[in-house]
Design a protein around this ligand. Structure first.
Ligand code: FES
Length: 89
């Protein structure tokens, strides 16, 4: 599973660094409990402005892209839920 977290200025201002921290914590939780998660590797990338904020007048930040599917106005909770629901056995 590939997770891209935007760390451009708009997304950082609205909390993307905290989402990155939470994903790091989740990676630790997964590695300590391998029986409950599938073997899929969780690849996390921090990217400076994914461009979504420039395509629209709407406020979309923070943006997180999970396996090519963008999540707008992402929160730690919505991102964790999406990741866990996908990789939990
Ligand atoms: S700063 Fe995040 S999409 Fe532009």
């Amino acid at each position: 599973m590939k997770v891209k977290v935007c760390v451009g200025s708009s997304c950082t201002l609205l909390g993307s660094m905290s989402i990155l921290d939470q994903i790091d914590d989740l990676k630790d939780i997964i590695s300590e409990d391998p029986d409950n998660y599938n073997d899929e590797e969780l690849e996390v990338e921090a990217i400076k402005c994914l461009g979504f904020c420039k395509d629209t007048d709407k406020n979309v930040a923070p943006v997180v892209v999970i396996d090519d599917e963008p999540m707008y106005n992402a929160t730690s909770q919505t991102v964790m839920e999406k990741i866990i629901n996908t990789i939990r056995k």
